[in-house]
Design a protein around this ligand. Sequence first.
Ligand code: SF4
Length: 333
Amino acid sequence: MEARWLDYKSTLLAKYGTTVYRIGVDGGFSCPNRDPSRGGGCVYCDAKGSSAAYQRKDESSYKRSSSCFVPDIDRITAISAPQTLDERKQSIIRQIAQGGEFIDKRYPGASKSIYFQAFTSTFDSPETLRQLYDCALSTGSYRELIVSTRPDCLSEEVVSLLASYRGKVETVWVELGLQSGNDDTLAWIGRGHTVDDFIQACARSHSGGLQVSAHVILGLPGESYSHIERTARVITSVHPQAIKIHNLHVVAGTRLYDAYLRGELSIASRQRHISETIHLLRRIPGDIAIQRFISDTPMHRLAAPRHFGDKGVFVRQLLAQMELQDVRQGDSL
Ligand code: SF4
């Protein structure tokens, strides 16, 4: 079957000759954008800051496995108290042991990467960052170091620090939230940065030899196909090595959830997300690897959409639709 987009897993296989899985790590970071003086963070940000589902030890196994929505989950799982540097290191070591064991059991022989995933994983002093990254990478041999952050938390100094790990791992990535190429939308969703901030952060990352994965959300309030075209133009101009596409999720305990309860939002159906995904894909270069197509929120935290279906269903339907239309990534550039 002909490929309609550049699949990230295939790029890993081609590069390393083996499958590679990420160990998601919560390094005990916070996020400057969650400061009340900045409006309390992105409207969709929950108390977990995108930590991996298997690392959410403070949620009971019942709640993690339940498909029922639990609207008061954030009162049960409030953000934990600040930790000392040593506690953060111990936690990182524990998480990597746990994540590594999971991967070894499920995918014997696969390579691993370290993924600092939760909140803003460069939001600390360079010396503390160095100690935390060193700690993670001292636990074994890893293909890649991936650090999730914000455009306004990626100084030249931090880029240099991250670039210094290129001898220790084969590739260093930063995952940078753009979300939308439209400043009005960024203001509405409380991102606390502009499109230009994202463009500058990509330039700094690329100058330092880092790979960039840009995060985009489709289905944001007020966005139409012309807004998606603008987002595609920004992506094309900075040319990240990968992108992650998300469909807007309404998660319990967020300001977006409050707006949803007030009836101020409509949430895209799977069909709409397929259509918007195709619109974006056709307008970005074919050598940008696609790492994700839909959001991944545990059902007990997810207010909407509730009946979207899983990733496998989405990818099959997306592929079928692209074949039907005979379109592919980058063919509208
Ligand atoms: S940048 Fe991430 S962690 Fe910070 S407020 Fe936004 S979603 Fe939350």
